[in-house]
Design a protein around this ligand. Structure first.
Ligand SMILES: [Mg+2]
Ligand SMILES: [Zn+2]
Length: 169
């Protein structure tokens, strides 16, 4: 069974611009690509991202796809490839099973990719990310670029060491 690192996208992998719809705004957070590139290649990297801008009509599907493609292009340039990308397009009142803190995207990825959730980790910048990871049976870490309440890892250089230790165990 494959171990996974589930990654929130906006505010974790890239600068959170709020309802991203323009690929030109995509900026990787410092050290994120290097941290992912340093992980053992057998760890499946899986993006799980809430994009309620779609449900709100603020972002078109084509815009969302263009932003995601740009994210993948920038990581690919650093040698990082994602095993899966899961997007919740719903809003908070839609009652879907995929919008974090619900674990639907992680469960779908586990089914699709044969993931060992018990030995996988979710990292994200919101409490909903941590809750989704725990609800799926994973370990979970709250990431931020600056220290704050409830933050487990500050910045990608520190997160890199934490993730390396997790996946070495
Ligand atoms: Mg986020
Ligand atoms: Zn959803």
């Amino acid at each position: 069974m494959t171990r996974a690192l589930f990654l929130d996208r906006d505010g974790t992998l890239i600068v959170d611009v709020g309802y991203p719809r323009d690929p030109a705004t995509v900026a990787l957070l410092p050290g994120a690509a290097a941290a992912l590139a340093a992980l053992p290649s057998e760890v499946a990297l899986v993006i799980v991202t809430n994009q309620s801008g779609l449900a709100r009509g603020m972002v078109t599907p084509a815009e969302a796809a263009a932003v995601q493609a740009q994210v993948e292009r920038q990581f690919a340039a650093a040698g990082v490839r994602f095993a899966g990308v899961y997007v919740c397009p719903h809003g908070p009142d839609d009652g879907c099973r995929c919008r974090k803190p619900a674990p639907g995207m992680l469960l779908d990825a586990a089914r699709d990719l044969g993931l060992d959730l018990d030995r996988s980790l979710m990292i994200g910048d919101k409490a909903a990310d941590v809750a989704a990871g725990r609800a799926a049976g994973c370990a979970a870490l709250r990431f931020a670029e600056d220290p704050g309440p409830g933050v487990d890892v500050v910045g990608w250089p520190a997160a890199s060491a934490t993730l390396a230790a997790f996946f070495a165990a």
